[in-house]
Design a binder for this molecule. Structure first.
Ligand code: ATP
Ligand code: MG
Length: 138
């Protein structure tokens, strides 16, 4: 079965809406097969978003992602990567469709509540970085 990697971001843990986000994930037939609450270190956040290191919002993004706990997850389901991207909605909540997590919960283009892998290749890299094999019970 296909897998993707998800992060419930600090704006969402702060507002106690991780349960509502998980409910939306499950209602859309993705299964949460691993999950833990962690604090990202500065280096972890920089490494994770290194593709954006030249962007003007990079420093702010790292400050935000390390500003509080996140919940990292492995999601399983058919076409998990694309399916979760669809459920998340557009990066900017102003452009997100009704029924998506970001439309319902995101505060703005930065504090947008969730991350999802953008390819199967990146999903594998991200899952392997944050989880040991025996933490994933499919
Ligand atoms: P993610 O990678 O977190 O799943 P995404 O793929 O929808 O989100 P990216 O373009 O990869 O969007 O941007 C990564 C993250 O950087 C965004 O989710 C958001 O938190 C932040 N970000 C993106 N664009 C902006 C911006 N213009 N201003 C501030 N923050 C931004
Ligand atoms: Mg991205």
């Amino acid at each position: 079965m296909d897998k993707t990697f998800s992060i419930i971001k600090p704006d969402a843990t702060k507002r106690n809406i991780t349960g509502d986000i998980n409910k939306i994930i499950e209602e859309n037939n993705l299964r949460i097969i691993a999950q833990k609450r962690i604090l990202l270190s500065n280096n972890q956040a920089k490494n994770f978003y290194s593709i954006h290191k030249e962007k003007p919002f990079f420093n702010e993004l790292i400050n935000y992602m390390t500003s509080g706990p996140v919940v990292v997850q492995v999601l399983e389901g058919k076409n998990a990567v694309q399916k979760y991207r669809d459920i998340m909605g557009a990066t900017n909540p102003d452009n997100a469709k009704d029924g998506t997590i970001r439309k319902k919960h995101a505060l703005n283009v930065q504090e947008n509540s969730v991350h999802g892998s953008d390819s199967d290749e990146n999903a594998k890299i991200e899952i392997d970085f944050f989880f040991q094999k025996d933490e994933i019970i499919g």
